[in-house]
Design a protein around this ligand. Sequence first.
Ligand SMILES: *Cc1c(COP(=O)(O)O)cnc(C)c1O
Length: 384
Amino acid sequence: MVQSPRVEINLEKIKHNAKMLKTIYGKKGIEITGVVKGVAADCKIAKALVESGVASLADSKITNLEKLKKADLNATLLLLRTPLMSEIENVVQYADISMNTEIDVIRALSAEAVRQGKRHKMIIMVEMGDLREGVLLKDAPDFIREVLNYSGVEIVGIGTNFACFAGAVPTEQKMNQFSRFVQRIKEQFSLNLPYVSGGNSANYNWLIKTKNRGAVNHIRLGESIFLGRETTEGDAIPSLHLDAFHFIAEVIESKMKPSVPAGNVGRNAFGELVSFKECGNRRRAILGAGRQDVLVSGLTPDLPFEVLGSSSDHIIVDTKSTVLKPGDEVRFSMNYGALLSAMTSPYVHKTYIQSTAKTRKNDVYKKHFLISKPVQNVQSKKAF
Ligand SMILES: *Cc1c(COP(=O)(O)O)cnc(C)c1O
């Protein structure tokens, strides 16, 4: 039985996107790593990426890398975030490469690598203006000189990140500055850097426009593989699927109700003051999913419904002229926030569609926005 709420995951569409991006970036001499934190390092998705030719996978949580390591996927595993001091042992054990910005952490990694008889590889992250992680450029030479003194660790790359915290855009000028910096470091320390990691899905526009990728030979991609978009403007990338993921919730109540609340109105369960527009009696459906399941603001209904709001376990929808009944299902497309929240919620079931993108498009996504019967061809996995 197909259960709800659920995320329907089209593995073929994900594979198509991964292959296309690998080719687009590959033509300019740039390798891609698949970032799986947005899908809670789901093993079937990770496997689909590896089958598409993506040779390395990255996540910010070491528990997810442990899971991937144990799944034996034949991919290099990157820890995307600087390690927690409390997880050093697992980082050396499960991450092939970690990203680093703190000397104390690197010293701990060095000691632990020596203890485990390993050589731990790392990418040093530098700050290019997004003001999240990264060593300042002016401090980087001394930092790198010090790291080179430690045994058990090896610098295999220099990386930077854009558009995650401050929204700093990887312009041509910024990317050139990064490349010149990396070039100087390579020469100064005679480093061979297999990972000059220039950014994430926000780098797409730079990539397609630039005539010179400079020193950059690596990019880390999550959102553009999964949702087919670059992330500075949210624009669709030509020929990629935007609908590899759908969120599906089930109707639990459907009635005509007034459009404004009765009596005095205060703050709701989340401390928010909600405003209402008087538009008479409306057809309202309540769906059996809520903020414990998904970031509701990141959902867009496939049908012209209006999401009126949500609480922990309810989503309230104005269904306009469509009459729904309990048991009907409503299908939504998802943005990155919705994807991340639904994939990490233990209450949301994950189902996988294996069929080809073409058949599915005409078959389900266009016609049956509401599906009362379970879709054929999905494998259900209980999420608990
Ligand atoms: C999340 C993350 C990425 C992937 O970003 P997308 O926008 O999903 O491509 C890349 N690098 C780092 C350091 C990240 O934290």
